[in-house]
Design a protein around this ligand. Structure first.
Ligand code: HEC
Ligand code: HEC
Length: 449
């Protein structure tokens, strides 16, 4: 190969290279002019395990915002789709919302928020978006209008749930858009204390966010995080509005056979099997778990309303994935029966409410099998059976009950008479009516009826 040839090849190579660069530039310019960068409307959500403070996530922030404020009936839901715009899900928002990621503030849905006249969205009388809501939308578009979601990997902290600090921010993101003046959905204004009291007291708030049968599932159109649901339910369960029975007090409704009641069934079961000394009473609190009252049970036994299999209280009844002797209650106590496990399961599935029902205490027809034995089984047998029976007193059958009835200890302990240890230990004193039932049964000669 001579020098001339080499020279020619070099020049050729340079020319070819330049041509390639120009061609590439040409292609990018042309495509840049003609199309916005393409967003695939069918992209599934990408989920990250950490919430980055500077990122606006579609599933966490934008979807709730648009669904609650815009995808309402008569506006941009699938049925009405005013002006062809549907704002119910990612693909509809990308397809019909006029998102422009090259020039974000020129995106159709963003422009509509900023109009001042009657054309602004949402239209009057609905409230306009706040500046921070507008900014969230703009930032999300600037960040590429992605279908992203983040899941906090920190534990959901429900140790200090307050209305203003915990519940209001959730309502702001998920509920006020539909449930506030001037046209509160379902006639429920969540900013109005009377309305709020009503849905707390009648169970509709917890029922709707837990998607329980008989309630309209809320929020409409998407799901909140487990942590948000738990926070609302825990607050609702712990809140008693004047005049209502939200906290289990007051004058409860008659017992519904399909409901598992905390005060009537769950609390006695836990107190008599688990809140024993050396275990989970206030003094011993093994592993920090206290099972003597509603607030302690929810918090220390990690009860996740609506999610029994995610709740420690339920998992420990099976020993979790650990060794058999980790089953609660530990040997030599007997493990929970299938029925008892079911009680815990049902109660948590139904929202782990602090509810109670009026079991119809009736002193006119007292029998052993219908009145006294159910009371003993619910409140006393757990502590008073097996090799560890409290005070070595057994309450396992008819004869056992007759024995403590006859020596005065049954009446003495349940009526908290001086000289007796008050029973049920760690539980509330029986109601006057229940004590009267026991007294009547004894006065009738402790019949086995
Ligand atoms: C997109 C609008 C929308 C959103 C968002 C929304 N709701 Fe509703 N809500 C309604 C409508 C409409 C009703 C009336 C019943 C129905 O149509 O299902 C209703 C009914 C209810 C009810 C009564 C349910 C019943 O069965 O008695 C409660 C309680 C409720 N909402 C609470 C909430 C809470 C709490 C949030 C936020 C976590 C929320 N809603 C978010 C529209 C909404
Ligand atoms: C959480 C466990 C627990 C529950 C629930 C419980 N007991 Fe006891 N009970 C004990 C223990 C422990 C003792 C022994 C005294 C002590 O250490 O306080 C005892 C003692 C007694 C005594 C003897 C007290 C005395 O003063 O002589 C009687 C009678 C009795 N219990 C009846 C009952 C009845 C009836 C119920 C149900 C209404 C009941 N207990 C529920 C744990 C319990």
């Amino acid at each position: 190969m001579n020098n001339k040839n080499l020279q020619f090849n070099k020049q050729n190579a340079i020319l070819l290279g330049l041509a390639a660069i120009f061609f590439a530039l040409f292609l990018t310019t042309v495509s840049g002019c003609k199309h916005d960068p393409y967003i695939n409307p069918d992209t599934p959500p990408s989920i990250s395990n950490n919430c980055d403070a500077d990122t606006v996530y579609f599933q966490n922030v934008i979807l709730p915002l648009l669904v609650t404020n815009c995808a309402t009936s008569g506006c941009h839901d699938k049925n009405t789709h005013k002006e062809g715009v549907i704002l119910t899900d990612y693909s509809s928002i990308i397809n019909t919302g006029g998102i422009n990621i090259t020039n974000p503030s020129d995106s159709k849905i963003y422009r509509q928020l900023n109009k001042t006249d009657d054309d602004r969205m949402p239209p009057p009388p609905a409230n306009a978006f706040t500046e921070s809501q507008k900014n969230s939308l703009l930032t999300w578009i600037e960040q590429g209008a992605k279908n992203n979601e983040c899941v906090e990997n920190t534990e959901c902290d429900t140790s200090n749930v307050t209305f203003n600090g915990s519940v209001v921010p959730i309502f702001e993101n998920n509920c006020y858009g539909c449930h506030s003046q001037p046209t509160p959905a379902g006639n429920i204004d969540l900013k109005n204390t009377d309305d709020l009291a009503r849905i707390v007291n009648n169970g509709a708030l917890a029922g709707s966010v837990l998607h329980q049968a008989g309630y309209s599932p809320m929020p409409k159109g998407y799901n909140m995080t487990q942590c948000e649901v738990r926070t609302i339910v825990i607050w609702a369960n712990d809140t008693v509005f004047p005049g209502g029975g939200g906290g289990g007090g007051g004058n409860p409704d008659p017992c519904d056979p399909d409901t598992t009641y905390f005060q009537n069934t769950v609390l006695p079961l836990l107190v008599s099997n688990c809140a024993t000394s050396g275990c989970h009473n206030q003094q011993s609190h093994e592993h920090g778990v206290i099972l003597t009252d509603y607030a302690s049970i929810i918090q220390t036994a990690e009860v996740k309303p609506g999610d029994p299999s995610g709740s420690k209280l339920y998992k420990v009844l099976f020993g979790g994935d650990k060794r058999d002797d980790d089953i609660m209650p530990p040997p030599p106590a007997s493990p929970f029966s299938a029925e008892q496990k079911q009680i815990i399961y049902d109660w948590i599935s139904q929202g782990a409410l602090n509810n109670s029902c009026n079991s119809g205490c009736d002193t006119s027809t007292v029998t052993f099998s219908g009145t006294i034995w159910p009371l003993m089984q619910t409140w006393c047998t757990g502590c008073h059976s097996g090799s560890n029976a409290g005070g070595n007193i057994h309450i396992e059958n008819y004869n056992d009950v007759v024995a403590i009835a006859n020596n005065g200890k049954l009446m003495g302990t349940v009526s908290h008479a001086p000289g007796y240890v008050p029973m049920p230990k760690n539980g509330d004193k029986f109601s006057d009516c229940q004590i009267a039932e026991i007294r009547i049964w004894i006065e009738n000669g402790t019949p086995n009826n």
